[in-house]
Design a binder for this molecule. Structure first.
Ligand code: ATP
Ligand code: MG
Length: 446
């Protein structure tokens, strides 16, 4: 993409309405525009990151054997009457009446609808286990929408639903989700810590929330500092291996890590004092096992291997896809702007032309632009006729992790400059070497 052809409405001023850094930076970098309280348009740069996050979520869900579908945003109220949640959900639910006076709602979540799909189509234990998920917009009429996309009213969520014949199988599905979520967040450059949580209005037995540590987080968290050193890395996971998957979950959930809802002072005090931490966190996901809470009232039964009809064991598992943009920025920025992790960056590299209009410099930039594209990576070429300082400021603000600077002085020596956004370290090399280096770097994030 050439910047002169792009739509990147960056703001010079810091928007007054934004209280936290991620919200400020998303507005300044021209990623989102607020349309109503908690409701945003996704401008091209914001949409690109949102799509990258979705892509990682899809890849990791598919790797775990989970199957994508797509349910609508609008749902009939009657389904929610069956589960009893139509009245329970309260004012967060946006209720709508259509022209035929039928009661509808904008889905805040999809347990009822997926249970309906399941009961209409699945008969036998032989069709289990089954995990269906989608990435779809949700609406919750939050009392206090704030912090930009972190607490919106309309927001994008990945929600997956598991169907199993018994509790053991359902707990394996739960564990599979935990591991797939750990992988998902790591690919986004995040450390998200699973913390034992309270089941809340969705109800349930087992539940963990995934929290990204950040001083602006809405949850108070208590943890053993050693949990922040745990990483999956590139180990192979066999999602069919129940014991192996459980062992990974045990590794990540044995050390103390809880939110204020489930905090246990006695257990916390048992952690060696130098490892005790109290802080704040952003909830970027949650997994639940809730047994037959929906399958009982909604009669989602299957025939088991004894020929008896039994209610299916269920779980639901959510990732805050749009909230993740805010969480990633909270975790990765500096005073100049965003620093995207390679896994989610909107463009792989920014190309800065220091002397637009100089035929040799322009030609070198065009060659580089084409060479990067030929590798399958997407460059953003700042081809504006502007000062170097202004170009650097834009690149720093929008947070591309790598920048290649091309100027007449370097070209005279046959080199360009490759700069890492995070460290600010620049290295001179030939254009070919810079492209090769980028290919190496991004190969690690596929
Ligand atoms: P919260 O406690 O933050 O209100 P929740 O526990 O009600 O969230 P879940 O039902 O667990 O939310 O939804 C799954 C994920 O969706 C959450 O972990 C969070 O990342 C995201 N999410 C929930 N509410 C919002 C919102 N208003 N705006 C953006 N993302 C949200
Ligand atoms: Mg939650």
């Amino acid at each position: 993409m050439r910047l002169t052809r792009y739509f990147l409405p960056v703001l010079k001023e810091t928007p007054a309405e934004a209280q936290i850094v991620s919200h400020r930076l998303m507005l300044r970098a021209g990623m989102i525009k607020q349309q109503a309280a908690g409701i945003y348009s996704w401008l091209p740069l914001g949409l690109k990151v949102l799509r990258r996050i979705e892509q990682i979520v899809h890849e990791e869900q598919e790797r775990a054997g989970h199957i994508a579908l797509l349910m609508p945003t609008l749902q009939p109220a009657d389904l929610w009457r069956e589960s009893g949640r139509y009245d329970d959900y309260g004012e967060e639910m946006l209720r709508i009446t259509d022209r035929h006076k039928r009661e509808m709602l904008y889905g805040p979540t999809n347990e009822e609808m997926i249970t309906d799909i399941f009961r209409s189509n699945v008969e036998s234990y032989k069709q289990l286990p089954l995990t269906l998920y989608h990435i779809q917009w949700k609406f919750r009429d939050e009392v206090r929408p704030r912090f930009g996309v972190m607490r919106g009213r309309e927001f994008l969520m990945k929600d997956g639903y598991t169907f199993d014949i018994d509790k053991d199988a359902a707990l394996h599905a739960y564990n599979r989700h935990m591991v797939s979520y750990l992988r998902t967040y790591e690919r986004m450059g995040l450390t998200a810590i699973p913390m034992r949580a309270d089941s809340g209005p969705i109800g349930g037995d087992d539940t963990h929330e995934f929290l990204v540590l950040a001083s602006t987080g809405e949850s108070e968290v208590f943890y053993d500092a050693a949990v922040t050193d745990l990483h999956l890395g590139d180990r192979e996971i066999d999602y069919a291996d129940r014991a192996g998957v459980k062992a990974v979950c045990d590794e990540f959930t044995t050390l103390y890590a809880r939110t204020d809802e489930t905090h246990d002072a006695a257990l916390f005090d048992a952690i060696p004092p130098e490892r005790r931490r109290v802080g704040r966190g952003i909830e970027v996901g949650q997994i639940f096992y809730f047994g037959t809470k929906y399958s009982d009232p909604m009669k989602a039964n299957v025939v088991n291997d004894q020929g008896a009809r039994v209610p299916v064991h269920m779980g639901s598992h959510g990732i805050g896809v749009s909230r993740l943009l805010g969480a990633i920025i909270e975790a990765s920025h500096d005073e100049r702007g965003i620093i995207w992790p390679e896994g989610v960056t909107p463009f792989a590299v920014g190309i800065v032309n220091l002397k637009q209009g100089d035929s040799a410099t322009d030609a070198a930039c065009e060659g580089l632009y084409a060479a990067v594209q030929a590798t399958g990576l997407e460059p953003l070429y700042d081809d504006r006729d502007d000062r170097a300082g202004a170009k650097f400021a834009t690149m720093d603000l929008i947070g591309l992790p790598w920048r290649i600077t091309v100027g007449p002085r370097g070209l005279a020596n046959g080199v360009v400059e490759l700069t890492e956004r995070r460290t600010g370290v620049s290295v001179e090399m030939t254009a070919e070497a810079a492209v090769a280096r980028l290919v190496e770097i991004y190969a690690l994030h596929r």
